[in-house]
Design a protein around this ligand. Sequence first.
Ligand SMILES: Nc1nc2c(ncn2[C@@H]2O[C@H](COP(=O)(O)OP(=O)(O)OP(=O)(O)O)[C@@H](O)[C@H]2O)c(=O)[nH]1
Ligand SMILES: [Mg+2]
Length: 264
Amino acid sequence: MTEEPAAVFVAGTAGAGKTSFVRAFADWMRSNGYDPAVVNLDPGLEGGELDPDVDIREWVRLADLQDEYGLGPNGAQVAAADMIALKVFEVKQAISELSSDYLLVDTPGQIELFAFREASKAIVDALGGDRALIAFLFDPALARSASGYVSLLLLSATVEFRFRLPLVNVLAKSDVLGADQLAEVVGWSEEPSLLYDAVQATPATPDVQLSTELFRAIEVMGPVAGLVPTSAKDATGLDAFYRECQRIFAGGEDLEPSHEPATE
Ligand SMILES: Nc1nc2c(ncn2[C@@H]2O[C@H](COP(=O)(O)OP(=O)(O)OP(=O)(O)O)[C@@H](O)[C@H]2O)c(=O)[nH]1
Ligand SMILES: [Mg+2]
């Protein structure tokens, strides 16, 4: 392999489904003949469902920081975010030994630690190489309401602004929405006027003027279009997400599978 791997950083609000998405997309890639490496950058990851190839917990563990320095969970997260940046060389070294074409990177639970600290930017720049993108996960608990959807768009735009990387908005856990709700949310992503009308029709909208102005800002920021509905539970939408990645990384050209895809 001559090129550095293409990196997909999976970000989103706490509990949005980041870890599950990374696991499901890695499984999807493997069963379609690709060879991704899974990288965990969440020092507080618990449970064994991810099984990462490279794991930041080898160097920085949230529980250890709490014990050692008497920090609470948030203080330990902040300390960990900065310590991770000091381990970036070790992480990069471990990744280079894997020789994978794709890196799937799980990020810390709290979006503000990933999005707003300089240390995270340094890590993303170091691990991302020439080809990197951010998958920004929309939690349907928030995305199902028009005002929640607008809030997530603004957060997603903030993440894009901070990292200056291509960003794909992904609706996680789409299986929890009914067919009508899902169609409505997807409609908002395709047709801004539908979102605008839905925001205006929300009885609890506190300040119509403010939401109208925010909406204008969203329109100016770029296309609202492009929300890929996925589910880690039933594996829907992962093929569409892969196509989106390939469009960004290789202008749509497919990767060379490392082995024959698994037959159903
Ligand atoms: N129905 C459904 N539930 C899901 C899906 N993906 C994740 N979940 C559930 O959502 C919860 C959070 O999922 P995680 O994957 O841990 O989310 P996360 O963003 O990594 O969470 P933190 O790292 O703690 O911020 C868990 O209870 C998952 O079982 C999905 O596609 N469908
Ligand atoms: Mg997680």
